[in-house]
Design a protein around this ligand. Sequence first.
Ligand SMILES: [Zn+2]
Length: 350
Amino acid sequence: MSQLRKSKVLIPAKRSESPQKGKKSQKALKSSDKRPKESSQKYTIFNEKIFEQHEHFKKFIKKDPKVNTRFVCIACKDSGKGSFSGYYDDLATHIGSENHTESLQDEEEKNEITDVILAYHKFRSRRNKKNYKVLQGTMREMRLDFTAFLWKNELPFTLAPGLVDFVKQAVEKYSPDALNLLTLSNVYANQIAREVISPFLKESIFKDLEQNYFALSFDESSDKFSPSYLCTHVRYIKNEELHNKLLSLNEISESASGEYLYKMLFQEIFVGDKKEYLAKNLVGVCTDRGANMLSLKDKGLANRLKADYKHIITAHDFCHYFNLISKSCLDHFPQDVLNFLSDICSYFFV
Ligand SMILES: [Zn+2]
């Protein structure tokens, strides 16, 4: 965190071109229509030489024809964003905003944003080159820190933009003193996820299920060190988009019979007022071919659901099909090839 605060301090003053006094409202960025009539002299006049600093400015930004201290962002305007204009002093903030990134179609244009912001600061701080150099160095250091964090924690690099946004939002939302005081153990994070976030997410999924057709898939899993669990996934289409979500993970404390799993499911999902809607929207159930799931004797979980809700379709999960096919195929594979593959795997998973 100290690194972040340091970087905040090092950003060059925005008004080095023509320092002027006056309070600037954050609303300047948020509203595209409300232009204060009398206060425009408090802001720096739009300098058209900015277009020579980076192609990005030339392509997406133009000077507001009505107020000489303001800009209009063509990308944000064309994509229907509310905040498509602002003061020239706030141009870098606009370029770095989520709205602006979302308005860009091209991945390369999104990736060049940091360079565009640096070009803006370099241009505005040209009388203070030392300040710009420090900012450039800090950028490099911050990128290195963020990349190292992802690397050390074995997190995917695709998380990088989201992580940067999250840290920016946290720094903006909380005071440095509060952030310094913050502690969060893995036990406490686990408890928050389980007791606060998980019920909230679950409730939002249930709301979707009350309004959309859905299918359930179940699977039981365990390893030699822990108890068995029944995992329930739900699939549904909302706003023409397919959603595939984990709905619940229940510990199986007694026998894993079809009857027991069926009772557990009713306690977990088909309860209370929502039972009627859920039963109406449930279209299918997908499971493995275990006797407690989809049994020939109609005693499995899927069989029991089918008996209650005659309209649903029960299906043997294709993943399990393919698993069975693969297992059967392996019996006919040459043993030396299997040994070779096994050796490779054990090299990586010691
Ligand atoms: Zn924009």
